[in-house]
Design a protein around this ligand. Structure first.
Ligand code: TEU
Ligand code: CA
Length: 554
């Protein structure tokens, strides 16, 4: 298998608004990130994925960009950015920028011009259509509730927005748009950045004619569209291939077969994709709002499909959470005082020992949990707010139920401030935070965890280090064990004569594991475990949320 630095790396995602506030305005910023570089170095990560820091009116916290070559005022200046980049590089940490080019803000100069008249030179930068029989051009739903079309009085036409009204979709079929995007990307690459995370990049090519979907479902006409690979190959040829980058495409509705193209090992498109199938197991894509847990057998089946499906022909990304998902611990583990740490370590083990590039979302390394929001007044996320309004108005849920679902699945769970210490506002800000702090910061915070050797932080540090010291963790082939079992997630990773045996108990009960025959009774080295006492060889039962990694040399 081709060796690449980005296959051997662990990425840490920073959501800048909530990471660290350096000037007391309640909003995280670039100088705040720079001040935490030593912390990230100690954790041992290789790459930072920075959620958007560009100029933005913040309808969707920076995923609505009004100038790609300027920094959001609240976050600082371009000088602050350059200092952060230099500091990261001095620490041996790379920076991957979030590239949001399926859409811009409606306040971007391109859109301001585009909407001004039908014959404006930038008119075709966006997707404009006439009304159809007096209503929207088609029946597509927006990801953020309501129709995906917005009527614009100036020219008596509609524009397409797959997300919020303030996020008009760019028209990628226009070669001038592509060139402008590529120029902007080149400008960032020349600054010395190390890659791009590409927001909803699977959605940039829409099926011609924009046909109605069943019940308004746009997926077949928007995701993995007719020209998406052609456009990415063009991007690769004109920009990406000229630098040494980590590129990861966020790809709603991607299948393994599609991923083999996006992340092909010839390197003609991207390094890897974010797939969603495992996140959708509790209802995600079809219907997000519920209180379901992700079931283990389903999770294993999906992970197995991706692990084996991309082996030797692509590359996986690995994640349990990000800024769009609730906290993994509350969704897949156990966030009670008794099991929080042990289950956080178990989930980390299950993820980090698979093949692919792991992503750690800020606070995951501390075992941060979902948030007791109390009321809708504390919710900031446009997706949650719009969904609340739509689904309570149309009678799908009563307000209480919908609010409960938002507390369980809403994106704000991941967006409350990073918990640095037990001082006021968790040490995130000296001012008033833009979103509430999780009250559990007094017991869950970085300061305490860094000072305690058996913390989740130190466990993650060890997991990350294993990727750098054990080649089999990076390049070993994956083999799922016990596929039907509802309690144990076990697999092996094999590289040459090395076999890693990974067993994780996803449940609170004691659970039996089957040790593969070729390993049974053999001497092995324990690489990591979330329980203190371990025997000489792999045990046949796992305690509550126990995780072990044994290394065999055959
Ligand atoms: O998310 C795209 C996406 O697929 C989301 O709709 C996601 O499924 C949803 O938020 C889960 O509830 C990206 C960004 O990661 C997200 O933060 C942005 O809001 C969105 O694109 C628009 O740019
Ligand atoms: Ca600030």
């Amino acid at each position: 298998m081709d060796k690449k630095w980005w296959k051997e790396s662990v990425v840490y995602q920073i959501y800048p608004r909530s990471f660290c506030d350096s000037n007391g305005d309640g909003i995280g910023d670039l100088n705040g990130i720079t001040s935490k570089m030593d912390y990230l170095k100690e954790l041992g990560i290789d790459v930072i994925w920075l959620s958007p820091v560009y100029q933005s009116p913040n309808a969707d916290n920076g995923y609505d960009i009004s100038d790609y070559q300027a920094i959001m005022e609240e976050f600082g200046t371009m000088e602050d950015y350059d200092r952060m980049l230099a500091s990261a590089h001095e620490h041996g940490i790379k920076i991957v920028m979030d590239l949001v080019v399926n859409h811009t803000s409606d306040e971007h100069q391109w859109f301001v011009e585009s909407r001004s008249s039908k014959d404006n030179a930038k008119r075709d930068y966006y997707i404009w259509r006439d009304a159809k029989d007096g209503h929207e051009p088609n029946n597509w739903h927006s990801c953020f509730s309501g129709s995906a079309w917005k009527y614009d009085e100036t020219t008596d036409m509609y524009y397409l927005h797959m997300f919020a009204e303030k996020q008009p979709d760019l028209n990628w079929d226009n070669p001038v748009v592509r060139d402008d995007v590529f120029k902007m990307m080149t400008w960032w690459c020349d600054k010395g950045i190390d890659g791009f995370r590409m927001d909803v990049i699977s959605m940039i090519s829409k099926v011609e004619g924009l046909p109605d979907g069943v019940d308004g479902n746009y997926t077949p006409y928007v995701c993995n569209g007719p020209h998406v690979h052609e456009y990415l190959q063009e991007m690769n040829e004109k920009v990406l291939s000229r630098y040494d980058l980590l590129t990861v495409g966020e790809c709603p509705a991607v299948t393994v077969d599609e991923a083999k193209k996006y992340a092909n090992s010839n390197g003609t498109e991207l390094s890897m994709v974010f797939q969603f199938e495992h996140m959708d197991l509790d209802g995600g894509e079809t219907f997000k709002w519920n209180e379901r847990k992700i079931p283990l057998s389903g999770l294993k089946a999906v992970m197995n499909k991706w692990q084996t499906g991309l082996e030797n022909c692509g590359w996986n990304s690995l994640y349990w959470c990000n800024h769009d998902q609730p906290r993994m611990l509350s969704r897949m583990g156990n966030d009670s005082d008794e099991y929080r740490e042990v289950s956080a370590k178990m989930l980390g083990t299950a993820l980090h020992m698979m093949q692919g590039t792991p992503y750690v979302y800020q606070g995951e390394e501390l075992g941060m949990t979902n948030v007791p929001f109390g009321s809708m007044e504390n919710i900031r996320d446009i997706e949650s707010i719009n969904a609340f309004n739509e689904l309570t108005a149309n009678g799908t849920f009563d307000e209480e139920t919908m609010f409960r679902y938002i507390c369980y699945k809403g994106r704000d769970n991941a967006r409350t401030p990073m918990q640095w210490d037990d001082s006021e506002n968790a040490g995130f800000t000296t001012g008033t935070p833009w979103i509430m702090v999780n009250p559990n910061y007094t017991k869950i915070n970085a300061k305490e965890q860094v000072s305690r050797k058996d913390s989740v932080f130190h466990y993650y540090k060890k997991l990350i280090a294993l990727r750098h010291t054990e080649e089999a963790v990076v390049y070993g082939s994956f083999n799922l064990l016990m596929p039907e079992d509802e309690e144990v997630f076990a697999y092996t990773r094999t590289l040459g004569s090395t076999v890693l045996f990974i067993a994780c108990n996803y449940s609170q009960n004691e659970a039996a594991v089957e040790i593969p025959a070729e390993l049974a009774g053999k001497k092995a080295e324990l690489l990591i475990s979330n329980y203190d006492e371990q025997g000489e060889t792999a045990a046949k039962t796992l305690r509550a949320y126990e995780a072990v990694v044994w290394k065999y040399t055959l």
